[in-house]
Design a protein around this ligand. Structure first.
Ligand SMILES: NC(=O)CC[C@H](N)C(=O)O
Length: 207
């Protein structure tokens, strides 16, 4: 771990909206860099897994040999933030995935891919996010997953209501792992990234 107060945060750069996360992290006062190879994983304090396509990301992570090193670092407590496809990658269990699709795992949750359905492929909605000041976050949902269920150790940070129907969980935290169904990196509002950078600082300073 870096001992400086500016954490080095990688963005998993196999596929997806890497550049937007690099910009958002830099604006949230982190040193951000793309990460592709196992040896690059060893040089970061924390990681963002971007949105994109989780089936492709899974395949490339296996191909590049980063899946196992990533699992090892997650098990060792490295903070990771996953958005959308990145949320899927952090799920211990997924529904509607491809048969050969693997995840990094780490969050005790069941995530359903493309959960909001075809009619609702992409939409934008205000999201009340526990722990963030300044009002709703602007939620950009693109073929987004939702969290179907969580284990006892998982904190629910945001949910959406569908009409009068059930709530769908769209943001969670378990220990040093954070995941959102939506894409704060596509908005100019970097409060969720700043929230993650604070999580990373807390870990670094705590030793
Ligand atoms: N915007 C996104 O990241 C979409 C996620 C995509 N539907 C998947 O399953 O990976």
């Amino acid at each position: 771990m870096s001992s400086s107060s500016t954490p080095v945060i990688g963005v998993l750069a196999l596929q997806g909206d890497v550049r937007e996360h690099l910009v958002a992290l830099a604006e949230a006062d982190a040193l951000a860099r793309p990460v592709r190879r196992p040896e690059e994983l060893a040089e970061i304090d924390a990681l963002v897994i971007p949105g994109g396509e989780s089936t492709t990301m899974s395949k490339l992570a296996l191909l590049f040999g980063v899946m196992e090193p990533l699992r090892a670092r997650v098990a060792a407590g490295m903070p990771v933030y996953g958005t959308c496809a990145g949320m899927i990658m952090l799920a211990d269990k997924i529904l509607d995935g491809r048969d050969d699709q693997e995840t990094v795992g780490g969050i005790d949750m069941v995530v359903r891919r493309n959960a909001f359905g075809r009619q609702n492929e992409s939409f934008e909605q205000g999201v009340a996010f526990t722990g963030l000041e300044g009002g709703d976050v602007h939620g950009v949902f693109i073929r987004a997953p939702w969290v179907e269920s969580v284990g006892a150790g998982v904190e629910i940070l945001a949910s959406l209501h569908e009409g009068t129907e059930a709530e769908h969980i769209v943001a969670v935290r378990q220990g040093n792992l954070l995941a959102t169904s939506f894409h704060p990196e596509l908005t100019g509002d970097h409060r969720v990234h700043a929230f993650f950078v604070e999580m990373v600082r807390a870990v670094s300073h705590g030793g």
